[in-house]
Design a protein around this ligand. Structure first.
Ligand SMILES: [Fe+2]
Length: 315
């Protein structure tokens, strides 16, 4: 089965460079019904999922990590439908091969009809989130394709080149994994942003590192998010990593964040070497579990006292 319609194929050339908003047919796979999702949740190992709760739209942004406790997959799904939760099932390539293959096939179709398009290092996750849930303003290191499947949501996309909204030092901190991918945000910026309303059966992608945020509307929201790299995305990553290392460890203020040309390639090589030597490990962030779900207290977010909290290891 083809996941991308013929008429949409030509827009695939813009993946990696521009905004893409085209139809897809993954919803027809049968992999996203309540039953299929419940089964998938039941099969997920702790080190590959993240469960989060966030303050409602309009309130100060707080984002907390939790555990699904003793809930079954079907109960987790119900808790998401009723609550203010966000579940991310990571790394299809390892945990959910059928889902992974579908995404790989879709990228294969796009690359087959767009010879200039080269993508690699695909990592897909399933996002299942509550009506009204939101994802705060942030940027992602890789390129993103968001395959929307159920519910309705609005994705706000901001200018990737605006250094006031997204200073280089913030990008470096994210690339070096010192901070969560959240960055300073001012609602005023919405005036210049692109608001894309997503219906099931649409896939969107935006320019590399463009900050974005998401407001869910109604219904249980289900999307696949695929991280991927293009050659330019990989070079930009290397440049910011090397610049971030220079600024933090060598006391040197980087003069250029250009990711074309010989200097960019040299910085990429330096970034790889720094990572291999583990020189920045100590600054990388930890994820603390501060709530759980519980059958006996269904419908609640059960807070963990500070001494009961633990660090969630992600593989
Ligand atoms: Fe994102």
């Amino acid at each position: 089965m083809a996941w991308i319609t013929d008429t949409a194929q030509k827009d695939g050339a813009k993946f990696g460079t521009d905004l893409v908003n085209i139809p897809h047919r993954m919803g027809e796979s049968g992999l996203f019904t309540d039953e299929a999702l419940a089964e998938l949740i039941d099969s997920y190992p702790r080190e590959y999922y993240m469960l989060t709760t966030m303050t409602p739209q309009g309130e100060r942004q707080v984002w907390r990590n939790g555990d699904k406790g003793d809930l079954s997959g079907a109960e987790v799904l119900q808790a998401i439908k009723d609550g203010q939760l966000w579940l991310c099932l990571r790394r299809f390539d390892i945990v959910a091969p059928m889902y992974h293959q579908m995404v790989q096939d879709a990228f294969g179709e796009l690359e087959a009809s767009n010879p200039g398009l080269k993508t690699f290092k695909h990592e897909s996750s399933l996002l299942i989130s509550s009506p009204g849930a939101r994802v705060f303003y942030h940027m992602d290191i890789p390129m993103i394709a968001l395959w929307h499947l159920r519910g309705r949501k609005r994705v706000w996309v901001y200018d990737a080149e605006n250094k006031t909204h997204l200073p280089d030092i913030s990008v470096e901190g994210i690339v070096m994994r010192e901070t969560e991918e959240e960055i300073a945000y001012d609602p005023e910026w919405d005036k210049e942003a692109l608001a894309i309303d997503l219906e099931p059966g649409q896939v969107v992608s935006w320019p590399l590192n463009a900050p974005h945020r998401v407001d869910n509307f109604d219904g249980l929201n289900v999307s696949i998010t695929t991280e991927f790299f293009t050659p330019a995305a990989r070079r930009k990553y290397g440049v910011y990593y090397a610049n971030g290392f220079a600024r933090r460890h060598l006391g040197y203020t980087p003069k250029s964040a250009a990711y074309d040309g010989p200097m960019a390639y040299a910085k990429c090589a330096a970034a790889l070497a720094i990572k291999k030597l583990g020189l920045t490990k100590a600054r990388e962030r930890a994820m603390q579990c501060s709530f759980k779900l519980e059958k006996a207290r269904f419908g609640e977010i059960v807070d963990l006292a500070p001494k009961e909290r633990w660090n969630i290891q992600q593989a």
